[in-house]
Design a protein around this ligand. Structure first.
Ligand SMILES: Cc1cc2nc3c(=O)[nH]c(=O)nc-3n(C[C@H](O)[C@H](O)[C@H](O)COP(=O)(O)OP(=O)(O)OC[C@H]3O[C@@H](n4cnc5c(N)ncnc54)[C@H](O)[C@@H]3O)c2cc1C
Length: 415
């Protein structure tokens, strides 16, 4: 069939790969000039089923309210007059019970683990390079109490197939020798040996190049503005460069998905949650990290790729603006200077901000829409690099009329 993928972020690119693999004739449309030019541009790159907790938890309301008067770097929440924001927040609030948090985390981790298998298969089949690093990720805790609580909380992930080990500070230093000189700052870490990291943008761009060699067509610099429909089918996707017809359309527009889906009668609960990123060169430096991780005290994530390190932090509810100021990066830089003082050239860092397409539940929106030939694959939130490969395979299976290999409870749009 002729398939049109809307969006060339990591979700659109992986969807194009899976549809191509199934033998469809695939075209990808994006308004940017190349793949992964928006949210997928500079994420932390953690492939982290071992960190797949739902953000909506019993602790979340208190943390959100505290962020209103405390100048927190990890979570920032500003009053807004946007009705969509309040609808999203109300629904998020409803997910903050122990039962919903456990259910959403279970659904997320199952998708993440499945996605890891699909990802390994894709890399083996295509040989796409992405500066990946296996060998696990470290989730670092400063106090014994926090480490103990985190170990107890992680049982939901181990019960769903993640290997998670509790390490004391000596074991942390052995696992990543770059942390040896600061090991006394930590009580220990949770170590997920099967988690990994890699550059999402590099993967998307190399995969885009590989797909072009296989005949997939990319139409960059093309903005989708609407749809033409007849009955319950889309007859054409309307863009600023003309009409595109297709048998199958998959909508992968990240934080802009609700805007286009609204024209088809859908109210997708996706809202942007801003995050900040630093990329710094590591070449010629002493003691860069050998694997990625998260400092759970400041919620700063880091991952070494090739000759550079990526560092990210902050969940900020401030609408669709993706601007940034020097002070937005202060906690990230001070955390990195403490952990890896000479691990990278922090003075030569470049700065970025991006918008996570979050649903209140933390699970993506997949599957059929009110139009019989349009499918959703969107709303991967803070885990789009991790979830994209599995979500793409699920989407291709649904398009083919096959039963996906994981359950999709709670992930289907209301039709
Ligand atoms: C700071 C930060 C750190 C993160 N860290 C991690 C991590 O460590 N691990 C992880 O798994 N995930 C992480 N994420 C999440 C991950 O980056 C996102 O979930 C993922 O990039 C979303 O991909 P996407 O393809 O849905 O969206 P996007 O990458 O935004 O792609 C959507 C595409 O649609 C295009 N588009 C939109 N509207 C139109 C239109 N009208 N016409 C044409 N094109 C259009 C855009 O140009 C864009 O290219 C992080 C995110 C942030 C911000």
């Amino acid at each position: 069939m002729k398939a049109l993928v809307l969006g060339a972020g990591i979700v659109g690119i992986t969807t194009a790969y899976e549809l191509h693999r199934d033998g469809h004739e695939v075209t990808v449309i994006d308004r940017e000039a190349e793949p992964a030019a928006f949210t997928s541009y500079s994420n932390a790159g953690l492939f982290a089923p071992g960190h797949a907790y739902a953000w909506s938890s019993p602790a979340a309301p208190k943390i959100l309210l505290r962020s209103l008067w405390k100048g927190d770097q990890a979570l920032r929440f500003k009053f807004s007059t946007d009705l969509r924001f309040w609808k999203w927040m109300w629904r998020f609030w409803g997910q903050c019970t122990p039962e919903r948090a456990a259910l959403n985390t279970t659904r997320k981790v199952k998708l993440c683990n499945y996605s890891m298998d699909v990802f390994h298969d894709t890399v083996a089949r295509t040989g796409v390079q992405y500066d990946g690093r296996r060998g696990g990720l470290l989730y670092l805790y400063r106090s014994e109490a926090a480490l103990k609580a985190a170990a107890a909380k992680s049982r939901i992930l181990s019960d769903n197939g993640c290997r998670i080990e509790t390490l004391d500070r000596e074991q942390v230093a052995k696992t990543d020798p770059a942390l040896a000189s600061v090991k006394d700052r930590f009580a220990g870490a949770l170590y997920a040996p099967d988690d990994e990291s890699g550059d999402c943008r590099l993967f998307a761009r190399n995969m885009g190049d590989w797909l072009k060699t296989q005949g997939v067509v990319f139409k960059f610099g093309t903005t989708v503005t609407g749809f033409e429909t007849a009955g319950d089918r889309i007859t054409a996707v309307v863009t600023d460069k003309g009409r595109e017809d297709a048998d199958v359309v998959v909508l992968c527009l990240g934080v802009y998905s609700p805007h286009l889906a609204k024209q088809l009668g859908h109210d997708l609960p996706i809202y942007p949650v801003k995050g900040y990123a630093i990329t710094a060169p590591m070449a010629g430096r002493n003691n860069p990290p050998s694997i990625g991780g998260v400092d759970e005290e400041t919620l700063v994530a880091y991952a070494p790729y090739g000759d550079r390190i990526r560092v990210t932090a902050t969940a900020e509810f401030s609408g669709y603006a993706n601007d940034h100021r020097p002070e937005d990066f202060a906690t990230m830089l001070s955390t990195m200077r403490m952990l890896f003082p000479d691990g990278a050239d922090w003075d030569a860092a470049s700065f970025w901000a991006g918008l996570r397409p979050m649903t209140p539940e933390g699970t993506p929106i997949l599957g059929p829409s009110k139009c019989k030939n349009l499918w959703f694959n969107t709303g991967q939130g803070h885990m789009g690099w991790t979830m994209s490969h599995g979500a793409a395979r699920v989407t291709a299976d649904l398009v083919a009329g096959k039963r996906p290999q994981i359950a999709l409870d709670g992930m289907l749009a209301a039709t």
